[in-house]
Design a binder for this molecule. Structure first.
Ligand SMILES: Cc1ncc(C[n+]2csc(CCOP(=O)(O)OP(=O)(O)O)c2C)c(N)n1
Ligand SMILES: [Mg+2]
Length: 804
């Protein structure tokens, strides 16, 4: 089991924890109230803040952060409990008062906990519900991967913990993750469900807990249901108590919530109406005042510190655990239990009465110990010793040296996908430091994305070795499917969401485990869209990985529309944190991959560099859009200059002459058509230029940044694409072509005001051969020539055939 398990707190410590629980609820509530009512409201937009959702987790998070957790544990907090998280960090001295006061404001604490934007040690970002949950599961697997390879063993093993809203479990990616976790032998993972029986809109279905229980148990998880607090348990032991328990167990969620909202008198009326004629239970009810009755009936385990601490502290194994904790949404606040409370905010009058109840003097709202009964010095002493906050929790790992030259033999005709397989095969054969840290992953498309040769050399990862029976039975097979703890490929089921969340976890290993990994994930390009939110999530929390999407576009001709991607180049262009490349030739791919190995390890704070106006020092993740189309390779020497241009995003394959009338700008697998079109036009248009675009994304980003720099006074700022197009005469037209959406390159005309015609694919593909489909969608040589003829004045281009 994870080291450093909790011991039960003493009575005094429990008293302190109770004070802290109160303080956390107050600070979170005040933070939200302040953001909504007291900060100058600039634009009339309601700030919000999830007061009720936060209150629901106040007790559980107090128990965890101030008692149960250890520094090595990592937590994904339900997005709408952000104020509670920040309040806890404030008490631990890791969040500033200013940022709390500016919650949801410019440079203030973030609305949803953010690894990259918050400064108070958020382990995992959350926001899009479900993703942070799965992130904890994959982070457990990554921890196992790192340790199985003999790294980071000097550090204690941590538990990966998710605090989950009950409605959050509607998200399908959670179930995909549970299945994958079962396959991979998940350990050290706790999921704590905030079972408040409310979602955003309303009260959830009856009996959901029983589905959760069966489901988690089916996948090998322990399920611990924490339903009643100590007060209720005590009442159940009184005469009539059993009858009360039955009533609660049978009470519909909606009615329970309504009674919570209505309070003690309503509880009394309803209980006496329904079970009050049975002697003992009447006495049990009547022995309590309205307030006491309300306290009793809302004493669910999720708001009972001792029950929570005991349950969490008792765990003495590493099996995954799902805790179902009964809670009340808005507990301790005026709108507790109301079905409309998701966006509920306290009125100024309600905030005043909460202030009075908490003994907070006006002007002392942010004071850490204001209104508490225990002396500040004792509370501070306790906080100083909180195990979770002991030591630094964000690790660093040294950068691994990368050679700029990745060895490989380029064949005369080759696709970029084959090139990728060959490059990895060569890396797998060698003993470089980078190869040791590469971990590949693929959602059941390892072989078809050309990772097979690498996997043959490096093996599949599993904590328990598992031999390939085909091999032991001597049945010939191209692929060696041996699993071992030293393997370097993680084979996933088909769910693409899981691939991206695994990449997110692998790509944070340097910070979480202090051990650098170089993750490479492969999948089919169109299925990026299947996992797009998870990809965005991984980028948002600055995980570092290389995504190799192969094959792509209608170039994958016989596969038809269901497997051909159109929009992915635009995703590459627009996705923050992801540098997208679409090389045409394998030597370009080799340069880009070597760059990527280095780029994903960079983490300096940096302004845009004046060379290419990209923020290259900050690094990021990389997306390679590759193709299965065999392309005749060019024999050339890779000069330093060419290498740099490939990385910056474009180079002249044929520079335009001084009288140039047309430039063809291409990206990726359509290069033969672009070259052919230039040849066909040569006699009728002068000095035609051929621009090879390796990264529309980086070209575009550099151009935007340079413009911004000029607008701010740096008059000499010039981006790579501005320099490349500087000498192209203004009357010249640009025909751009890509096997993807034409908007990817169509902006090139705006750089220096050239007219542009963007060719590409806009409509779902179909089956056929490459020539048939290129002709149909208008990205063949003839379509390029036709576009050039229409764009530029001059005599008819004689090789142009009539278009269908
Ligand atoms: C993917 C996604 N869809 C929708 C939302 C909007 N949203 C935020 S919270 C929420 C309901 C949450 O209910 P639950 O998980 O039970 O948490 P509670 O508010 O009860 O604490 C929804 C729909 C979101 N954040 N992410
Ligand atoms: Mg809920």
């Amino acid at each position: 089991m994870a080291e450093g398990a909790a011991t039960n707190p003493s009575a005094r410590e429990l008293a302190i924890l109770r004070e802290l629980e109160k303080k956390v609820l107050w600070l979170a509530s005040w933070t939200i109230h302040h953001a909504n009512h007291l900060r100058e409201n600039i634009d009339g937009v309601k700030v919000g803040g999830h007061q009720a959702s936060s209150a629901s987790l106040a007790t559980i998070m107090t128990a965890l952060y101030f008692d149960v957790l250890r520094a090595q544990d990592r937590v994904a907090v339900k997005p709408h409990a952000s104020p509670i998280y920040h309040a806890i960090q404030y008490l631990l001295g890791r969040q500033s008062r200013q940022k709390l006061a500016d919650f949801r404001g410019y440079k203030g604490a973030q609305s949803y906990p953010s690894r990259s934007k918050d400064t108070d040690d958020v382990d995992f970002s959350t926001g899009s519900v479900g993703l942070g949950v799965a992130q904890t599961l994959f982070s457990s697997l990554v921890q196992d991967y790192v340790r199985a390879h003999g790294w980071g063993l000097q550090r204690p093993e941590g538990r990966m913990i998710a605090l989950i809203g009950d409605a959050e479990l509607d998200e399908g990616n959670i179930f995909e993750a549970i299945l994958e976790g079962w396959k991979q032998g998940l350990r050290n993972c706790w999921w704590i469900i905030d079972y408040n029986r409310q979602s955003l809109d309303a009260v959830i279905r009856e009996g959901l807990w029983a589905r959760f229980e069966a489901l988690f148990q089916a996948f090998g998880w322990d399920v611990i249901i924490l339903k009643y607090g100590a007060l209720l348990q005590q009442a159940f032991r009184e005469p009539g108590g059993e009858r009360l328990r039955q009533w609660i167990d049978n009470c519909p969620n909606q009615l329970y919530s309504a009674l919570v909202f209505q309070g003690g008198a309503a509880w009394r009326r309803r209980l006496l109406d329904e079970i009050g004629d049975q002697g003992d239970v009447t006495r049990l009810i009547e022995a309590r005042s309205d307030d006491e009755l309300a306290r009793l009936m809302t004493n669910l385990a999720g708001h009972d510190l001792p029950s929570l601490i005991e349950a969490f502290g008792k765990v003495d194994h590493e099996r995954p655990i799902c805790f179902i904790c009964y809670t009340i949404k808005g507990f301790g606040l005026p709108f507790a239990g109301h079905k409309d409370n998701h966006a509920g905010l306290m009125t100024p009058a309600q905030a005043e009465s909460l202030r009075a109840a908490m003994n907070i003097r006006p002007g002392h709202e942010w004071d850490k110990f204001e209104g508490l009964e225990i002396a500040p010095a004792e509370l501070q002493r306790f906080l100083d010793r909180v195990p979770f906050a002991a030591g630094s929790r964000r690790h660093h790992a040294a950068r691994i040296e990368v050679s700029a030259d990745l060895p490989m033999t380029v064949q005369a005709v080759m696709s970029t996908q084959t090139g990728f397989g060959t490059l990895l095969n060569e890396l797998g054969r060698g003993k470089s430091a980078i190869a040791e840290r590469i971990v590949t992953a693929s959602p059941d498309v390892t072989v078809s994305t050309n990772l097979g040769p690498w996997v043959n050399r490096r093996g599949l990862f599993a904590r328990e070795a598992l031999a390939d029976t085909f091999k032991s039975e001597r049945i010939p097979s191209t692929f060696n499917w041996d699993f071992s703890p030293k393997g370097q490929h993680i084979e996933l089921g088909i769910a693409e969401m899981n691939l991206f969340i695994l990449l997110s976890a692998l790509g944070l290993s340097h910070a979480i485990n202090g051990e650098r990994l170089v993750p490479i994930g492969t999948l089919y390009d169109p299925f990026i869209q299947r996992g797009l939110d998870a990809l965005n999530y991984a980028c948002y929390q600055d995980a570092r990985f290389i995504l190799v999407a192969t094959p792509s576009g209608i170039t994958l001709a016989p596969e038809g529309g269901a497997h051909q991607s159109i929009a992915t180049p635009l995703i590459g262009l627009a996705q923050d944190g992801l540098a997208a490349f679409e090389p045409a030739f394998v030597d370009e791919l080799a340069v880009i991959l070597a760059f990527a190995f280095d780029y994903i390890q960079r983490d300096a704070e940096a302004e845009a560099s004046e060379r290419n106006w990209l923020r290259d020092e900050t690094g990021g993740s990389v997306y390679l859009r590759l193709s299965t189309r065999p392309i005749e390779q060019i024999k050339r020497t890779m000069t330093l200059e060419l290498r740099q241009a490939i990385v910056d995003g474009a180079y002249w394959q044929r520079p335009p002459g001084p009288n140039c009338q047309v430039v063809v700008a291409y990206a990726g697998a359509v290069v033969p058509e672009a070259i052919q079109a230039v040849g066909l036009m040569a006699e009728d248009r002068r000095d035609v230029g051929l621009l090879a675009v390796t990264s529309a994304d980086r070209l575009n980003a550099g151009w935007t940044a340079a413009q911004r720099a000029r607008e701010r006074g740096l008059v000499h700022a010039r981006s790579h694409i501005e320099k490349l197009l500087a000498d192209v005469p203004s009357h010249c037209g640009i025909v751009s072509v890509i096997d993807g959406h034409p908007a990817t390159l169509a902006w090139l005309g705006a750089v220096h005001g050239h007219r542009v015609r963007g060719l590409g694919v806009e409509h779902f593909g179909q089956t056929g051969s490459i020539p048939e489909l290129y002709r149909h969608y208008g990205i063949d040589a003839n379509a390029i020539v036709a576009a050039a003829a229409a764009l530029t004045p001059g005599r008819p281009i004689r090789h142009l055939k009539a278009l269908p």
